[in-house]
Design a protein around this ligand. Structure first.
Ligand code: AP5
Length: 223
């Protein structure tokens, strides 16, 4: 990858955005920016934004557009985004997409790829309620499909793994409803754009990665 390359990855909660974004960003040599992680860090640090965002997250709702657009555009101005970025979880509403488009057009750029991962509701619920993470190094596990070597303990750092508070079944259902209402319309917003790609996220992780990388290589825009 030699020129600025910008990508977004979208899809319902549990589609594998984070899982895929970590591998694909490494393969393409671009920075992975996880919007949910940005929000969780602000919540943990109890910043003014974090204090406002916390109540929305715990209810499975989206943080209001004006707050999230501000924090994400600020993040994109940091020097480590100079080669490009793969945005995971942003934009998540049409308003946010317009905010990102305006930011990129001011730099005379536009999104190179819009990656959409589709999954069934059943898969989403199963994956999210069985997801665990390490509060120390952030590594993600799945007690059904990708468990740690020793039950309940992170392979990297030995910390006890936890469940995200918003991965409890009742919050997962709320997040899926919010997705249908507020984020699903983004597909229409992007579907006629150059670089829009759709994939079956129900497939095993490695197969999804190869599908995405093959399509990006065939498109030739991030070389
Ligand atoms: P965020 O953290 O972004 O949550 P999300 O979009 O609901 O996405 P997830 O992280 O839950 O799912 P994922 O698709 O990344 O799945 P993963 O790869 O981990 O956001 C959290 C909250 O922050 C929001 O609810 C909102 O409040 C706020 N927020 C964030 N961005 C915002 C925005 N732009 N605007 C407003 N508010 C915002 O995979 C899930 C599990 O499945 C894992 O255990 C994994 O191991 C497993 N898995 C993944 N792929 C596969 C596969 N192919 N086969 C088998 N297992 C798999």
């Amino acid at each position: 990858m030699s020129r600025f390359c910008s990508l977004i990855i979208m899809g319902p909660p549990g589609a594998g955005k984070g899982t895929q974004a970590r591998v694909i960003s490494e393969r393409l040599g671009v920075l992975h920016i996880d919007c949910g992680q940005v929000v969780r860090k602000e919540v943990a640090s109890q910043t003014e934004f974090g204090l406002k965002a916390k109540e929305y997250m715990l209810a499975g709702r989206l943080v209001p557009d004006e707050l999230i657009i501000g924090i994400m555009l600020k993040r994109l101005k940091v020097a480590d985004c100079a080669n490009g970025f793969l945005l995971d979880g942003f934009p998540r509403t049409v308003e946010q997409a317009k905010g990102l488009d305006n930011y990129l057009s001011a730099k005379d750029a536009k999104l190179d790829y819009i990656i959409f991962l589709g999954i069934t509701e059943r898969t989403a619920i199963q994956r999210l309620t069985s997801r665990r993470f390490c509060p120390s190094c952030g590594r993600v596990f799945n007690i059904l499909t990708a468990p740690p070597k020793v039950e309940g303990v992170c392979d990297n750092c030995g910390r006890e793994i936890e469940q995200r508070p918003d991965d409890k079944p009742e919050t997962v259902i709320a997040r899926l409803k919010v997705y249908e209402l507020e984020t699903a319309p983004l597909r229409n917003y992007y579907k006629d754009s150059e670089g829009y790609l759709e994939f079956d996220g129900d497939k095993p992780g490695e197969a999804v990665t190869e599908d995405v990388i093959d399509a990006i290589n065939a498109g030739g825009r991030c070389k």
